[in-house]
Design a protein. Structure first.
Length: 255
């Protein structure tokens, strides 16, 4: 039996593939493999970009396995899934969800935990847990600040499906591309970010997340702290300034 999670590498970028087509369901074994892959990637200081996608064209992921919602598995399922979400959101590399096909329930929560969401025109989204007598904890914790309380509750309590265009309007998707452009757009983003220092981009990611999660004054104080105590100590900030003064391209040392 093939591994449920595959890691593909390309320089300072990595791609996590949920390899359980056609629906890429997140069962307990898949969640354990996903957590292990994220833990391994967290130890790589030069990693700049993490792409997350599902295998095939039918689904990014149709969510957490219904079979793992039984009373004997419920505690383990929630702990495993929420552990993956916490690990993903603490990864210092920028994370990008590449959504093609269905992105439902826990699959949508996984995509939403990424820093950027790029979807194809044929992607479909929804939080159908209410139809099973459940609710989506990650979405209910994350979405009110992002899209507002009313919109969060409307999506969670109706369980309706919506397309990529509406997902953009809601603020759950950042960019929509044609299906045949997704691979090229991924390469463009990797090249644009990979041209810069990993040490600097990782600190910028941390500062930006503080802005997303905290009030402005607190977030600005954290951004200042990172800038003065961590960014200013990097070789690459010194190199960037020296290269500008010397009118030459910088040579990044990734530290």
């Amino acid at each position: 039996m093939s591994e449920p999670i595959r890691v593909e590498r390309d320089g300072r970028a990595a791609t996590l593939v949920v390899a359980r087509p056609p629906l890429n369901i997140l069962d307990l074994d898949t969640l354990a493999a996903l957590d292990g892959a994220l833990a391994s990637l967290a130890g790589e200081p030069e990693l700049q970009l993490l792409f997350v996608r599902g295998e095939g064209e039918r689904a990014f992921s149709a969510g957490v396995a219904v079979q793992d919602h039984t009373p004997d598995k419920l505690d383990r399922m929630l702990a495993s899934f929420h552990g993956v979400i916490r690990r993903l959101r603490s990864l210092e590399a920028m994370s990008v969800a590449l959504v093609d096909g269905n992105c439902l329930g826990g699959g949508l929560e996984l995509a939403s935990a990424c820093d950027l969401v790029i979807a194809t025109e044929r992607a479909r989204f929804g939080l159908p847990e209410i139809k099973l007598g459940c609710y989506p904890p990650v979405a209910l914790a994350l979405y009110p600040r992002r899209i507002g309380l009313g919109r969060t509750l409307e999506l969670a309590l109706t369980g309706r499906l919506f397309d990529a265009a509406e997902a953009v309007r809601l603020g759950l998707v950042d960019e929509v591309v044609a299906p045949d452009r997704l691979t090229a757009r991924t390469a463009e983003l990797a090249a644009a970010i990979g041209a810069h220092s990993a040490a600097v981009t990782r600190l910028a990611v941390r500062a930006a997340r503080a802005g997303a999660d905290r009030p402005f004054a607190t977030a600005l104080a954290e951004a200042e702290r990172i800038y003065l105590r961590e960014l200013a100590a990097t070789d690459d900030m010194k190199e960037g300034l020296a290269a500008f003064a010397g009118k030459r391209p910088p040579t990044w040392r990734q530290r």
